[in-house]
Design a protein around this ligand. Structure first.
Ligand code: SF4
Ligand code: SF4
Length: 334
């Protein structure tokens, strides 16, 4: 089985993460949505289409991810997906909690979008205390339906202390469900996770490295493509900030646009959408942080979630923390 390969930032791609609403039917314990900072409005379809046009770059491969809240609660999501394709987005993904409101699968075809389901446990006993009662059953039933309807289906598992011990059960579950792509995500200390429980959520390097790569290899052995964050840089690896080296836009319904997801709890967004135009913000924006060089690697990680950094006796960090957007992958073995 090959070792994980780091997926470098791609200069010729643009990723647009579009939160079309912040409402959700669930109330997950680690939800990063923060209506005070992100707004609580549901964008009208006309606005969604205007903003899709604003952020499409025909010179680049433009990838679009619809997010919420729960994006399938938007009654016009199917139209938004088709509009995105007409505008020229080369890939469209819908990140859903699994409820698939408004008969989404009945209104689009498998060529229109990848459906990415969130599950935080391999069974209801682990998943439901995090995501809500009954969620595991609903989500897995809809995964089966999407697979049976020939949709390209992926699953995201957000790892924290609450569920890391059960991650090893995911590969066989995904194999049984027919899922071919698995994203292992690390908990971000944002939104609700930034509360009192944060010290019990974040993982150490030992916890991360002893669990995630072996589970990823097992999933790949079963024919599942696995992607997971780098988090801890090796001594010979270069630190790069995606805010400088890549094009990622995290758009919220109140018109804020961030380039770094770790900044989303604060009004430091580098761009705003006003009157259907993109405005470059001045003053203290996230861009000021992107150029700072520190021995711990990512400045925002050090400021926001330093629980994953350890220091040696002389006060030097044992490892640097990579950009949270830097990924590793292991391709499916068959
Ligand atoms: S499904 Fe997503 S948006 Fe909804 S509560 Fe859970 S994490 Fe938050
Ligand atoms: S997570 Fe850190 S390295 Fe990545 S974009 Fe944000 S500030 Fe830059």
């Amino acid at each position: 089985m090959p070792n994980p390969r780091t997926v470098g930032f791609k200069q010729h791609e643009r990723n647009v993460f579009f939160h079309i609403l912040t409402a959700c039917n669930l109330s997950c314990s680690h939800c990063y949505i923060n209506p005070e900072q992100h707004g609580s409005q549901t964008l009208p379809i006309e606005t969604i289409e205007e903003w899709l046009r604003l952020f499409h770059d025909e010179q680049k491969k433009s990838n679009l991810i619809f997010l919420g809240g729960e994006p399938t609660m938007h009654p016009d999501l199917a139209r938004a997906i088709k509009s995105a394709q007409q505008i020229g987005y080369q890939s469209v993904t819908v990140d859903t909690n699994g409820y698939l409101f408004h008969d989404l699968l009945g209104k689009i075809s498998p060529d229109d979008a990848v459906i990415s389901f969130s599950l935080d446990g391999p069974n209801a006993e682990i998943n439901d205390p995090i995501r809500g009662e009954g969620v595991f059953t609903t989500c897995t039933e809809n995964i089966k339906k999407a697979v049976a309807d020939n949709f390209d289906v992926s699953v995201i598992y957000t790892v924290s202390r609450m569920n890391i011990d059960h991650l090893h059960l995911m590969p066989s579950l995904l194999n049984d469900l027919g899922v071919k792509r698995f994203f292992i995500q690390v908990i971000g200390i944002r939104g609700k996770s930034a509360g009192k429980k944060k010290d019990r959520l974040q993982l150490t390097q030992e916890e991360w490295l002893s669990v995630i790569p072996p589970v990823a290899k097992e999933a790949a052995r079963l024919g599942i493509h696995v992607i997971f964050p780098k988090v801890f840089l090796e001594k010979d690896e270069t630190f790069t900030c995606a805010g400088l080296a890549a094009e990622n836009f995290f758009i919220f319904p109140n018109g804020r646009v961030y380039k770094c997801p770790l900044c989303e709890d604060f009004p430091v967004h580098s761009l705003s959408i006003k009157n259907n135009r993109i405005i470059n913000n001045s003053g203290l924006t996230e861009e000021r942080f992107f150029t700072l060089q520190i021995s711990e690697g990512c400045v925002m990680n050090k400021l926001m979630q330093p629980g994953n950094i350890t220091y040696d006796k002389s006060g030097h960090p044992v490892h640097r923390i990579s950009c949270c957007l830097l990924k590793q992958e292991i391709p499916a073995a068959k």
